[in-house]
Design a protein around this ligand. Structure first.
Ligand code: SAM
Length: 351
């Protein structure tokens, strides 16, 4: 049988991604885009303190050698950390020169050349903060990171949901936060030489009140961390913490079980805050026949904080919920919100 049709266009490239997955709106050399100094914070102050805490917890070496990959003017190292050497690799010389934590730095475009200009087995830790979204050859870069890490060295990739859209890859921009997490896990899992990656997420926390976007009522920038060690022997050094150990202490407002009993139903069972009396909006279309419910308006309530991730996992990004109690039927309720401002104008009585 003769087949005269031409071969179909490949639907995926050699890495199993669509051919344009790592294309970008701005395909000009990255060095041009990053020639402009950007002495800005890429995340709000709460998210930055989370980044610092994650790095502080996961870097367990006493005087580590660190590579800050895609570095800017701040490497987010805690002040208590005293590396023996911190190398910054990035594209903006002024930002790298201003970075107080770097002992040396190098200009190198990873999208032009994903190989790293360092010998094998050099670093205890490689950090990549809010930058993985710009890599057009991530698997090649991950393989190089593995090469330059010492055995049982740490590769820590931290990201959020803010980006320079013209430079972020198409696959990153078109993905949900869940999918981005899976993508970075996949970069690790498909790079030979890494142990199984672990991940941590901090999201839905109240935005700091002095933040420039606080008036929008949106939560603090989410922080995702994916990390894995290079295979090999850890030669007796401390274990790195598991993801659940990276979470901070529960909010100070948490009530003890005894306090919860004393507060009865007017206390949030999740955080111990007093519930506020809230009037249901009057509407002819409402199916509710109740006039008041009592709602937890603590913006740090763990129930609310967890809710953003729970709802996102169900396909409802940008939604969480507050705990509420309906006193006539004596039943707890869940009231959805999109911003921390939602529902607050219905408060009729403080707790
Ligand atoms: C959003 S900034 C993050 C800077 C820093 N990691 C931080 O956490 O503040 C992105 C950084 O990636 C670097 N970068 C972007 N494209 C790069 C490339 N192709 N090769 C090397 N570095 C790059 C830029 O120099 C820029 O500093």
């Amino acid at each position: 049988m003769n087949d005269t049709t031409s071969a179909p266009e490949p639907r995926t490239n050699h890495n199993g991604f669509p051919p344009d997955a790592f294309s970008r709106l701005d395909e000009s050399p990255d060095s041009l885009f990053y020639a402009r100094d950007r002495f800005v914070s890429h995340l709000d102050s709460l998210a930055l303190s989370t980044v610092r805490r994650i790095i502080g917890r996961l870097v367990v070496e006493d005087s580590p050698t660190i590579l800050d990959l895609m570095a800017g003017w701040d490497s987010h190292l805690p002040e208590t950390m005293h590396p023996s050497r911190t190398v910054g690799l990035g594209l903006n010389p002024n930002e790298l020169a201003a970075n107080q934590r770097l002992t040396e730095w190098v200009l190198h475009d990873l999208n032009m050349d994903p190989s790293l200009p360092f010998p094998s087995d050099t670093f205890d830790v490689v950090l990549n903060t809010v930058s993985v979204d710009y890599l057009v050859k991530p698997r090649e870069v991950f393989a190089e990171v593995n090469r330059v890490l010492k055995p049982r060295g740490l590769f820590l990739v931290i990201f959020s949901n803010r980006m320079f859209p013209e430079k972020a890859t198409r696959i990153w921009k078109n993905s949900t936060e869940e999918e981005r997490l899976r993508l970075v896990l996949d970069f690790f899992r498909t790079t030979p030489g890494f142990l199984e990656p672990r991940h941590f997420e901090s999201s839905g926390k109240p935005r700091p009140s002095d933040d420039k976007y606080a008036h929008l009522g949106i939560p603090s920038d989410p922080v995702f961390a994916v990390y894995a060690e290079k295979e090999g022997s850890s030669s007796g050094r401390r274990e790195r913490p598991a993801p659940e150990q990276l979470e901070e202490e529960p909010p100070a407002a948490c009530a003890t079980p005894a306090e919860r009993v004393a507060g009865e139903w007017r206390t949030c069972p999740h955080c111990g805050s007093g519930l506020k009396k809230w009037r249901f909006p009057v509407s002819p279309f409402s199916n509710w026949d109740i006039e008041f419910v009592y709602i937890c308006f603590n913006d740090s309530c763990p129930y609310l904080l967890r809710g953003w991730a729970v709802m996102r996992a169900q396909g409802n990004s940008g939604t969480s919920y507050r705990y509420a109690y309906e006193p006539v039927r004596k039943t707890p309720l869940v009231l959805p919100i999109h911003t921390l401002h939602d529902l607050k104008n219905g408060i009729v009585e403080e707790s």
